[in-house]
Design a protein around this ligand. Sequence first.
Ligand SMILES: [Zn+2]
Length: 324
Amino acid sequence: MFDTWSGLNSRTPVTFNDVMNEIIWNNRFICIDKKSVYRSDLVNLGIMKVGDLIMDNNLFLHDDLSVQISSEQRFFIMGVVHALPSDWKTVIRSSLCRNEIEPIPVTTYIKLNCGSLPILDVTSKQIYDSVLCKKQIPRTAQQKITDKYSDTVINWKKVYSLPFRTTLDSKLREFQYKILNNIVFTNDKLFRFGLSHSPNCTFCSEEPESVEHLLLRCKVSSEFWKEVLSWLKDNNIGTESFTETSLFLGFFEETEDFFIINHVLLLGKYYIYVRKCHGSLPSLRGFITMIRSVYNIELHIARERDKLAVHFRKWEKLVVALNN
Ligand SMILES: [Zn+2]
């Protein structure tokens, strides 16, 4: 059967979809130590095609903590990623981060406490529930954050549930989940897989692009946040007690602005990431445009559900600024 695949694989893949649909196993283009490879244990996990190595179009599978694979398997998959021909990587690199990619037929299943589900059908809520229910999870990302913000007592249950209280947008919830688990595709990671020419920051090129650097510490991002906070302040939204921890984990003081502040923080981080993917700089003006479109979507939903009062309570202080 695998010989047949090898035979079928004789055509050189050209397009993004060709590359995504290439069978990894016994593929003469994917060699480790000059030999093509085959691992039945990974086949059983649903890893068959190059597209199965990538989730959400921009996340390598082995980097996702919700997929239960051993460190040896992770290491092997990393080797496979490394062994992909460089022209395929160019095709993948040029398509990563773009929104217009066709959905990839992914057959990978992930094990959650509610059972095994196809990766594309899993909702952020299911992942979240699984995370909360698991008794023993290798919390290395969490431990790193705890160490980094050692002067703050972090209530992880609150941290993980905050995005679910703040927004209905599953894209934002998932992005914050990725931030917390250090699985955002920044250049420091892309470079390790040979998918970026440099580990350095897209905006400043001066320092390695880690999640914290990109979203908070880069001089470009910190300038952006300064402008955002001052814009919020101009609109009478209290941001005086903000710290870097608030930007990274969320704002936990239950003030009257609690919901709008946390939604803007989630959006801001996502906005910076989108700008990075497009290779352009974040700006307050661009960000306000994004907030305005989110406002209009929520307004539409609120109207349909007869929840306009709740909507205006949340957005009250920004209504004027967003309608200008
Ligand atoms: Zn930078």
